[in-house]
Design a protein around this ligand. Structure first.
Ligand SMILES: Nc1nc2c(ncn2[C@@H]2O[C@H](COP(=O)(O)OP(=O)(O)OP(=O)(O)O)[C@@H](O)[C@H]2O)c(=O)[nH]1
Ligand SMILES: [Mg+2]
Length: 673
């Protein structure tokens, strides 16, 4: 297999709005580079990048794929990403290990919501970017409109470097704005490009102001510098279906985008001290694991990028994140689903390793002698919860292994057990995300799952004091039972939980039976007094009672305590409490009204609204029953631009008009079990 120097490598991620054409572009690149005999199609399930059945079913990418393309003695590691927000964890991994990006825009649609959102991420990362306006062969394809939108929404430093030939329906290819190819009509684009490049460098500015022009070489060199400094964004035209414009795109990736040796040295830590690492194959080994896939047959596959040094087969590496050593047998290079054996992977390049035991996404592979730790990957926080129920006993047995494997490969999935309801909860980034999780559980691990909205862990409490007397008495021959208590119940401060005090005087209830009374009360609180939910925020005083010398026992007083509590709660104007979440929503200013309006129909309490520069924030508290799957609604109300975080805030009273419904639903549930 050809060896590439670090300078000959390009790690480039494709990002865009959903369905703009990234996966198809990978196909066209492979075909143009003669790596594939034909262009695969998403609709035919024949692409290199979308190889999972769940992707075929939805005709969309759901995971990050690594596809190397060799072009003019360069190796371009293309990182194809899913644009759908539910899978933004995959994009986070790609953005972490890429050195540059191609922002794909579909010519018929132009710059869309998703284009702008991912552009903001690229800007925050200061990632050198090219814009590729694809689907030029389609109806309504309009390159100039897309270019204008790019300037308006992404920035004035966007300029065309190739132009489409032939208007709509007659698209026949592209020409370069520079060089001999440039013909009539490219003059204006060339001027615009020269102007943009001039703005990136003082000497070029001076020359441009003086002569009104720059040479092709000055523009080409200035462009390279400008792109790498994020001061210039070249815009190219083409079609993944016809292949027009793809050679120009590959050329631009090689000539304009940085190699791992051109980007700033990597910041890392060694023995707790900060270090910077140039991309030197002879340097100390430091590789970041950026993706893990769990395959039932191949086992765990770890994708890594080497930042320094060389990772060789038949060697030992040290996982500095989990402090464990790993024996490396074979090193492979990914090509979509396939892996090809290579002897080593040097600084700047990407490889895969099979069957590592303790290595997870975000870990650093290094040596024990020079244990380096690389910065990990920031993943979005899961916000959409479902309860998972295995369909059969056999599924139950396999469940925990399957979920453990699935969370290994997807750091944006979180598994928890709700202490109050006992349900197993999977939290992901959205409804499609958890659906796909269930499909993978079935396909990969043979576990059949039923997904349902999580039960809300309501609680019961009281709103006014009450005194209750209860006599538990069974004296019908044989050993009788006798326990008699008087309890005073008082509402406690929200969140105070339970407090029991013994206020019996004169031994009305013998001391030895008092703990039994408390035990009975606590048991009853767990069972619930009127709806089957835990009782909380209550103060109970044992104020009086009586006993029988023979028939009284701990058990009789436990039963008396329990019955008294349940009856007492009913007399104390009981209420239901529900978990209330704090949500922070980032959304476009123009969607604020609609979202606030919608939140108000969901019993939200708006804590704050801060309009921003186009993107504002809303802070609110929202009942869990409304919040736990709110991300789907938010996405609809904001055209996919809204983002939210969610965390528990407090327990609040459920309005009386809803209480009855909840109690009835609970009783129905109880009958079912
Ligand atoms: N006519 C035409 N259709 C294209 C072109 N590129 C992509 N398509 C079609 O557009 C649709 C979406 O293409 P994909 O390649 O899956 O887009 P994507 O950006 O990978 O989409 P996600 O993975 O969902 O984010 C598919 O139906 C493709 O066949 C193109 O250049 N011309
Ligand atoms: Mg795709």
């Amino acid at each position: 297999m050809t060896q590439f120097t670090t300078k000959q490598i390009r790690n480039v991620t494709l990002v865009s709005h959903s369905a703009a054409g990234k996966t198809s572009l990978v196909e066209s690149m492979l075909f143009t580079a003669k790596a594939m005999p034909r262009i695969g199609r998403v609709e035919d399930h024949t692409t290199v990048s979308d190889y999972e059945p769940e992707e075929h079913k939805r005709l969309t990418s759901l995971q990050l794929s690594v596809v190397p393309v060799t072009w003019k003695e360069h190796k371009i590691n293309v990182l194809d990403t899913p644009a759908y927000a539910d899978f933004s964890g995959e994009t986070a991994s790609a953005l972490r290990v890429a050195d540059a990006a191609v922002l794909v825009v579909a010519a018929p649609a132009g710059v869309e919501v998703g284009t702008e959102m991912v552009w903001k991420q690229l800007q925050a990362l200061k990632m050198p970017t090219l814009v590729f306006v694809t689907k030029m062969d389609k109806d309504h394809a309009d390159f100039m409109r897309s270019l204008e939108q790019a300037r308006a929404k992404l920035g004035q430093h966007c300029a065309a470097v190739t132009l489409p030939v032939g208007a709509e329906k007659a698209f026949s290819g592209v020409i370069s704005v520079l060089g001999d190819q440039a013909r009539d009509g490219a003059g204006q684009a060339r001027e615009r490009l020269a102007e943009m490049v001039a703005e990136t460098d003082d000497a070029l500015t001076e020359k441009f102001l003086g002569t009104g022009d720059l040479t092709d070489d000055e523009i080409a060199n200035g462009l390279r510098v400008g792109v790498r400094a994020c001061g210039a964004v070249p815009v190219l035209a083409g079609s993944a279906v016809t292949g027009a414009g793809i050679p120009e795109l590959l050329d631009a990736i090689v000539s304009l985008l940085p190699s791992p040796a051109d980007v700033a040295p990597t910041r890392a830590a060694k023995n707790g001290e900060p270090v910077t690492l140039p991309a030197d194959p002879k340097g100390p080994l430091a590789a970041l694991v950026f993706k893990t896939s769990a395959d039932p047959f191949v086992g765990r596959l770890s994708y890594f990028r080497v930042y320094s040094g060389t990772l060789r087969g038949n060697s030992e590496v040290f996982n500095s994140t989990h402090h464990s050593s790993e024996r490396i047998a074979q090193v492979t290079a990914p090509m979509g689903k396939a892996q090809h054996t290579v002897g080593e992977v040097a600084a700047g390049d990407i490889g895969t390793l099979a069957k590592l035991t303790h290595v997870l996404t975000g870990d650093t592979l290094t040596t024990k002698a020079e244990p380096i730790v690389l910065p990990g990957i920031e993943f979005p926080t899961p916000i959409y919860s479902v309860a998972v129920h295995p369909k059969s006993k056999a599924d139950m047995d396999k469940l925990s292994t399957a979920l453990a494997r699935l969370t290994e490969e997807d750091p944006t999935l979180r598994i928890s057990r709700d202490q109050a309801t006992g349900e197993l909860i999977v939290t992901g980034l959205g409804d499609t995300h958890v659906e796909v999780m269930a499909e993978r559980a079935k396909r990969k691990f043979g576990v059949d799952l039923e997904l349902a909205p999580p039960k809300v862990p309501y609680r019961e409490t009281i709103t006014k004091p009450a005194t209750i007397e209860h006599k538990h008495k069974k004296q019908s021959g044989g050993h009788g039972q006798y326990g008699h208590v008087v309890l005073r119940l008082e509402p406690a401060r929200r969140g105070a939980g339970f407090k029991f005090v013994n206020q019996v005087v004169g031994g009305a209830v013998p001391k030895e039976y008092v703990p039994a009374v408390e035990k009975g009360i606590q048991k009853a609180m767990e069972e619930g007094a009127f709806a089957g939910f835990h009782v909380t925020d209550i103060k109970v005083a044992l104020t009086d009672g009586s006993s029988h010398p023979v028939d009284s026992s701990g058990q009789s007083f436990e039963l008396a305590g329990a019955a008294a509590l349940k009856h007492g709660v009913q007399l104390a104007q009981p209420a239901l409490l529900e978990p209330v979440m704090r949500v922070r929503i980032a959304l476009p200013d123009e969607a604020m009204g609609a979202v606030v309006g919608d939140l108000n129909t969901r019993r939200a309490h708006i804590v704050g609204m801060t309009p921003g520069n186009g993107m504002g924030t809303i802070e609110a508290t929202l009942p869990q029953v409304e919040a736990q799957q709110y991300s789907t609604k938010l996405r609809a109300l904001t055209q996919g631009r809204g983002r939210m975080t969610i965390e528990f805030d407090h327990y609040g009273e459920v309005p009386a008009n809803l209480t009855q419904k909840i109690v009835e639903a609970r009783q129905k549930d109880a009958v079912k079990v």
